[in-house]
Design a protein around this ligand. Structure first.
Ligand code: ATP
Length: 244
């Protein structure tokens, strides 16, 4: 479904004492996969998502979704939705309008489309707040609104850049379950950055470990997290400390 084929990207030094940071990625996801992207801070997780989303342009390589190259497409044209940790919503627009943007950026909707907005809000449990502004919602409710907009876009790939990390553990688990349930019913493919192996275990069938700008391990989440072989992965999971 998603094919990241030998993508290379280099951050060039901006100042005299800096060095270039070269990253390279090669990985495939099947339709319906929920994949967790794990790895230490600075490993390259956000860069990989930015390359897929089109915010960064690779120096070489190819990215395809359902066998079609997406590298020439603008971010908005790509067959994917993305949810960030924050700033997903427009503060001056109501919940209804924020969701409706997923259908039409100029917010002119037919009666049928309006009903789709309401249905989508229902699916994530925020249909009673449609008239509110984002500032009148809790963090968890705001992320539900953003998720509703992603669902309405009906794109086959959902990229999650730690959207639930600021929520308390119970709410985070609830949101992850919601993503899993929605992804399963819609056969969506999900790629999510997480700093929490527990979150990866909760919903991801596949786990991708990135270190120093490249993918070091890919496999079933259980295998990657329970039987790590790579020393870097053991280090990341804190297992080397327990062994000594
Ligand atoms: N705009 C930039 N200019 C130069 N280097 C950058 C830039 N953005 C990121 N980098 C470098 O690229 C590397 C990968 O960064 P990236 O943000 O992708 O890591 P990450 O795994 O998402 O980290 P974190 O978990 O801390 O968010 C880091 O070494 C970072 O310093």
């Amino acid at each position: 479904m998603l094919n990241i084929n030998q993508i290379n990207y280099t951050y060039l030094p901006q100042h005299k004492n800096e060095v270039a940071m070269a990253l390279s990625f090669d990985v495939q996801l099947e339709q319906g996969d929920i994949a967790a992207l794990i790895g230490p801070s600075g490993a390259g997780k956000s860069t990989l998502l930015a390359l897929i989303a089109g915010f960064l342009v690779p120096d070489s390589g190819e990215i395809t979704i359902n066998s079609k190259s997406i590298c020439q497409l603008e971010p908005a044209q790509r067959p994917l939705s993305m949810l960030f940790q924050e700033h997903n919503l427009f503060p001056h627009l109501s919940v209804f309008e924020n969701i409706a943007l997923g259908i039409n950026p100029n917010l002119k909707l037919t009666a049928e489309q309006k009903q789709h907005v309401i249905d989508s809000a229902k699916q994530v449990g925020i249909d009673t707040y449609l008239e509110r502004l984002p500032e009148q919602l809790s963090g968890g409710q705001r992320q539900r609104v953003a998720l509703a907009r992603c669902l309405l876009r009906e794109r086959p790939l959902l990229l999650l850049d730690e959207p639930f990390s600021a929520l308390d553990p119970a709410l985070r688990a609830e949101m992850l379950n919601l993503v899993k349930q929605l992804a399963t019913t819609r056969n969506m493919t999900v790629l999510m950055i997480t700093h929490s192996p527990e979150d990866a275990e909760k919903i991801a069938n596949k786990c991708i470990f990135i270190n120093e700008g490249t993918i070091k391990a890919v496999g079933e989440t259980r295998d990657i997290l329970s039987n790590p072989v790579l020393p870097e992965l053991k280090n990341y999971l804190g297992l080397t400390l327990q062994e000594t």
